[in-house]
Design a binder for this molecule. Structure first.
Ligand code: FAD
Length: 456
């Protein structure tokens, strides 16, 4: 039996937990960081980072296929999955080592093992009792399945999809949200035949409808199949493959089925309810300052209802650390959090969709402008099509920016500033954008919405 006391105890060292620990230690608090797996959590080891490595490999495959268009003689001989794995693991290992070094350098005490909350100020890890003046819960999330659908064998989650040592010839993907379309995009670029099954009427269904429709056109053009507005009714598998039967009676046959139907909070059996934390369907309920119903006990990241994104968890971790250090940080508004769907094409958005803005302000109180990337020199050079849609309140600020096209994720920073700072298009329109960049397209969209369209 041993006992350790800290100013702050953090349970879970993913994006939310480690960010809280780093910032708190920087602000002079002693920190105990408890992790049962690897510091860095989902994002670093089985989420954001390794999937983007796969997408980069996919982009190179596509560029090689298209190389003649750019006057380069090259041909795609195939995908060497061992090489892809070595590249992916190399990136993850290097970032992991960097994070471990940073945690050590900041004087944070890492406690290895699975923790359980036994009081608002205590976490038990095996025979170690870890107490903190404050505790942050940051235990993250897991890949959900659906009732009647068991994960195993040829029915896999994103974690197993990352680890595949072959490129599937034919793959079915249940769920047309971010994770589903990301893997679909990679596999298609590597030569697989891909079919996505989505219960809602659109792929990337949380995006502005006009963007979802463009996305569907782009995926269709790439030869990715999808079945929208239909649910699976059963799945059978054998040594050869898997057969997914849909509610409408259709069947989809494939070598593998990726289940990408969202992520649930990893909170079961960790003592939260027993200690009296208010929960809702497994999520931890907090106030806007991320404190639970128990004073001094906080929660961050995917276990808090809202967008399950690494940068949200990260910012929430920083927020709570600053709160505890008495810095009175600014409350995080989920609506201003940028979202990027990494695929070919990319989708990036911040703020309200046109439909949500119409609900909030009244349809006659908003206007929107769609800028076609065909008018942007750099987009033409890199061979992408797409668009940038701005939504504004009449004679008021820009409340939403929605983009689709290659690399538009890199443009989200400026869009986020405009939306978060409630900028009027007239404020942003005079800013000069470097030529030729894709950023100029955003500049031109602001100009147009300010009533000064340059090329329209
Ligand atoms: P996690 O990162 O899940 O960390 C929780 C940590 O807590 C884990 O390390 C876990 O081992 C530990 N833990 C759990 N229970 C205990 C316990 N009892 N004791 C000790 N330790 C415990 N987000 C983006 O913003 N961009 C992306 O591109 C992106 N891509 C993604 C791709 C995929 C395939 C997936 C699955 C996710 C992706 N995400 C992305 C989401 C992102 O990974 C999560 O939002 C983020 O990791 C959440 O951070 P977190 O700190 O809440 O939880």
């Amino acid at each position: 039996m041993s006992e350790q006391n800290f100013d702050l105890v953090v349970l879970g060292a993913g994006s939310g937990g480690y960010a809280a620990a780093l910032r708190a230690s920087q602000l002079g608090l002693s920190v105990g960081l408890i992790e049962k797996g690897k510091v860095g959590g989902t994002c670093l080891h089985v989420g954001c980072i390794p999937t983007k490595a796969l997408l980069h490999s996919a982009e190179i495959a596509d560029a090689t296929r298209d190389s003649a268009k750019y006057g380069v003689t090259a041909s795609l001989e195939g995908i060497n999955i061992e090489g892809v794995t070595a590249y992916r693991e190399g990136i993850v290992t290097s970032k992991y080592k960097g994070l471990q070094g940073l945690i050590k350098a900041r004087g944070i005490t890492t406690i290895e093992g699975a923790g359980r909350l036994t009081s608002p100020t205590t976490v038990q890890v095996g025979d170690q009792t870890i107490t903190g003046k404050n505790v942050i819960l940051a235990t993250g999330s897991y890949s959900r399945s659906l009732p009647g659908l068991e994960i195993g064998g040829r029915v896999i989650t994103s974690e197993q999809a990352l680890e595949l040592d072959f490129v599937p010839k034919k793959v079915a993907v249940l769920g047309g949200g971010v994770i589903g379309v990301e893997f679909s995009s990679v596999w298609k670029s590597w030569g697989s035949d891909v079919t996505i099954i989505e219960a809602l009427p659109h792929l990337v269904p949380n995006e502005d409808e006009s963007i979802s429709k463009q996305f569907e056109r782009a995926f269709r053009k790439r030869g990715i199949n999808f079945k929208l507005g239909t649910r699976f009714s059963s799945v059978t598998q054998n040594d050869e493959g898997v057969v997914v039967t849909l509610e409408n009676g259709e069947t989809v046959e494939a070598e593998l089925l990726l289940v990408a139907v969202g992520r649930g909070p990893s909170t079961a059996g960790l003592g939260f309810e027993e200690v009296g934390v208010t929960m809702d369907r497994g999520f931890v309920i907090t106030n806007e300052r991320l404190e639970t119903n128990i004073p001094g006990l906080y929660a961050v990241g995917d276990i808090v209802p809202g967008l399950q994104l690494a940068h949200r968890g990260f910012q929430q971790g920083i927020f709570v650390a600053e709160e505890l250090a008495g810095l009175n940080p600014v409350i995080i508004e989920d609506v201003n959090i940028p979202k990027v769907t990494y695929s070919d094409p990319e989708v990036a958005s911040v703020g309200l969709t046109e439909a949500r803005a119409a609900e909030k302000y009244g349809a006659d109180q908003i206007s929107s402008y769609d800028y076609n990337l065909a008018g942007n020199g750099k987009s033409h050079i890199i061979g992408t099509s797409g668009s940038i849609k701005l939504v504004r309140v009449k004679d008021g600020p820009v409340v939403g920016v929605h983009m689709i096209g290659a690399r538009v994720g890199e443009l989200i920073g400026e869009a986020q500033l405009a939306v978060s700072w409630e900028a009027y298009p007239e404020d942003v329109a005079p800013l000069i954008h470097a030529h030729p960049t894709q950023n100029e397209a955003l500049g031109e969209a602001f100009l147009a919405l300010a009533g000064k369209p340059l090329h329209a």
